[in-house]
Design a protein around this ligand. Structure first.
Ligand SMILES: Nc1ncnc2c1ncn2[C@@H]1O[C@H](COP(=O)(O)OP(=O)(O)O)[C@@H](O)[C@H]1O
Ligand SMILES: O=P(O)(O)OC[C@H]1O[C@](O)(COP(=O)(O)O)[C@@H](O)[C@@H]1O
Ligand SMILES: [Mg+2]
Length: 569
């Protein structure tokens, strides 16, 4: 994807500096405590200013670099005037999200109705400082540069929508995940109770519902107890993303806030919708709430529902353990979700302590010969008389493909359909012991849909609530983004950052080492595998930056790319 850096047009240097000076005089920056209330310089006051003023403050020192960046990226203006990167002091880089004022020059601003809200108005420092940002990397050294930052989520002093002007819609797409209903509930209740918005519609059955079903009016009353149920009351689906038809419907129905709950595919779709909305110059904010049971969305710490799913997976692992322990040479094999990322399997294994071997897509393994899986299973049974194996659904696809011709079938969203690794392993292990004439029994448990069809647990419910609220605050303030927790703080992340890479378990990091040491399984890795994994980690974390000669910005991204994967401790 080509990218463009939004910068002040040529000749605006003096104007930029004048605004910087004004902001500094007004005390609009430099406070930054949690929940800091900022009386001056709210972002939406800026929204009424010309396009150039929407850029964050840029120090004089770094400005020449930004000019170079602009010139370098002019060649690729077509696909996005959507990437907004700006620099500050000491290697600070803001990877900002787009705002309505980027393409609607005179978009009006209004005082945030929360300031008159009986619950919130008493909260000291409720509004976030417009300059607050969240660092992508929190582990630093004495001489580190400040690195890449994202705009902090939260309520702004001024908003870009009046309450009775808002017509919001909510859609959920992709596979199920615990907490979907909680997010829907809190979006509806948050809009109604915090911002007095009463025009809220549900889109049924995913993206295709924008153009193939009626929109359903939803109110706090109709969603009151949905958080106690699994699934999504709106329905969901794969496929059916027709950008033009979707935006035609948004436009025709006068929708101006679109809340999109879904995984990596869904966020790609949200980005396409945003780009089309912007091309048409519509006053519509697009807020993505990342949903992924696989925890495969980049940048964010953890997806909602993940903890609930890991907790539920314990029940399957416990059953596998009971079955294994109760038989002579018993093996319990549990398959868990994880198409490309083995987080559920890894965390469920670490939590359980009963698992002897965990197989994930990121870590190659082999069956036969010295150091292979079958040899390990044999040894473990001889030592312990029972064994529990957890396998992520995406693991070992390359080895199955060698014995079963891969079908290359895709689901409606274009995701590759996987071969059943659990069933395949069951047969392989059985055959192996049969050939060795060794008595054993294997019980294969596939709780795939059971771990994602449950309601979210208490911690996930709170997380879902905060995500929904952050999404609402951002949309009301005119931003378009994917919301997420980054190093424990809520942030607005550009769509391009969450869709350009996938979060994966880093087998070269400490968490995977902890797992190996807890299960005592062999790593199955050759030096070549390790080298390839290191290189893949390096490349996967590199965002598709504009091919620019801006050394400072490139260094900041490189430095953040060296950050550990999400949830890494
Ligand atoms: N590259 C893409 N561009 C636009 N829409 C997409 C893209 N990939 C997936 N989608 C749409 O997003 C929705 C959900 O995608 P899917 O991959 O099934 O689930 P998830 O969002 O959970 O990853 C589907 O409606 C699909 O058509
Ligand atoms: O049978 P379905 O509905 O396609 O779901 C299976 C897939 O859903 C997932 O749980 C999550 O996928 P998404 O996050 O892309 O929806 C995968 O782990 C799994 O392969
Ligand atoms: Mg997905």
């Amino acid at each position: 994807m080509a990218s463009h850096i939004i910068l002040p047009p040529d000749g605006d240097d003096d104007e930029q500096q004048r605004r910087e000076d004004e902001e500094n005089d007004g005390g609009g920056s430099g406070s930054g405590g949690d929940g800091e209330q900022q009386q001056q310089g709210g972002g939406n006051a800026k929204a009424a200013l010309p396009f150039s003023a929407m850029c964050v403050r840029i120090s004089r020192d770094s400005y020449p670099n930004l000019r170079a960046l602009r010139n370098a990226s002019h060649a690729s203006l077509t696909d996005a005037a959507y990437v907004k990167i700006s620099e500050g002091d000491f290697g600070y880089v803001l990877d900002d999200v787009p705002h309505l004022a980027d393409y609607i020059p005179d978009v009006p601003t209004y005082p945030n109705p929360l300031q008159d809200h009986p619950a919130y108005s008493t909260v000291k420092q409720y509004f976030v400082n417009e300059d607050d940002t969240v660092p992508q990397k929190v582990v630093v050294q004495k001489n580190s540069r400040r690195g890449v930052h994202f705009r902090r989520a939260g309520p702004r002093q001024r908003v870009n929508f009046e309450s009775d002007e808002v017509k919001a819609c909510i859609v959920s797409c992709g596979g199920l995940c615990p907490g979907l209903n909680t997010v829907i509930r809190e979006l509806v209740c948050g809009l109604a109770h915090m911002y007095n918005v009463n025009n809220i519609f549900g889109i049924q059955n995913g993206y295709k519902g924008f153009y193939s079903s009626n929109y359903v009016a939803i109110t706090p009353k109709t969603v009151n107890d949905i958080h106690k149920r699994g699934g999504t009351v709106l329905g969901t689906s794969r496929g059916g993303h027709d950008t033009k038809k979707i935006v035609d419907n948004i436009q025709d129905r006068g929708i101006n806030q679109v809340y999109i709950i879904g995984g990596d595919g869904t966020q790609k779709g949200a980005y396409e919708i945003y780009k089309e909305i912007r091309k048409r110059g519509l006053k519509v904010a697009v807020a993505g709430v990342p949903k992924t049971i696989d925890n495969d969305i980049a940048i964010i710490d953890k997806s909602f529902g993940f903890d609930s799913a890991v907790e539920e997976a314990q029940r399957a692992i416990n059953s596998a353990h009971v079955e294994a322990c109760s038989a002579e040479n018993g093996i319990g094999l549990v398959k868990l979700m994880g198409r490309y990322s083995g987080f559920i399997a890894m965390y469920a294994t670490l939590a359980s302590r009963d698992v002897d071997c965990c197989l994930i897509p990121e870590s190659p393994f082999y069956m036969d010969g010295e150091g292979g899986l079958l040899q390990y299973v044999e040894r473990r049974l001889k030592e312990n008389k029972h064994m529990v194996i957890v396998v992520a659904e995406g693991a070992g696809q390359d080895i199955i493909a060698k014995s079963i011709p891969a079908s290359d079938q895709l689901d409606a969203s274009g995701n590759k359909l996987l071969l059943d690794i659990g069933l395949w392993l069951t047969h392989k292990i059985k055959d192996h012991f049969k050939s060795k004439k060794m008595e054993m029994t294997i019980k294969y448990i596939d709780p795939t849909y059971m771990i994602r069809a449950i309601p979210s647990n208490a911690a996930d419910n709170v997380y879902c609530t905060l995500l929904a609220h952050s999404a609402i605050h951002g949309a009301m303030a005119g931003y378009s983004f994917t919301v997420g927790m980054v190093n424990g703080r809520h942030a607005y992340i550009p769509f391009y950052r969450v869709t350009s890479t996938r979060n994966k378990v880093k087998i070269t990091d400490r968490m995977w080492a902890r797992l190996l040491s807890s299960t005592n399984q062999p790593s199955f890795l050759s030096q070549k595998d390790i080298d390839e994994a290191r290189e893949a980690d390096r490349l996967a974390n590199k965002p598709p930056l504009p091919s620019v000669a801006n050394h400072n910005v490139a260094r900041a991204f490189d430095q953040s790319a060296a950050t550990s994967s999400n949830g890494e401790i």
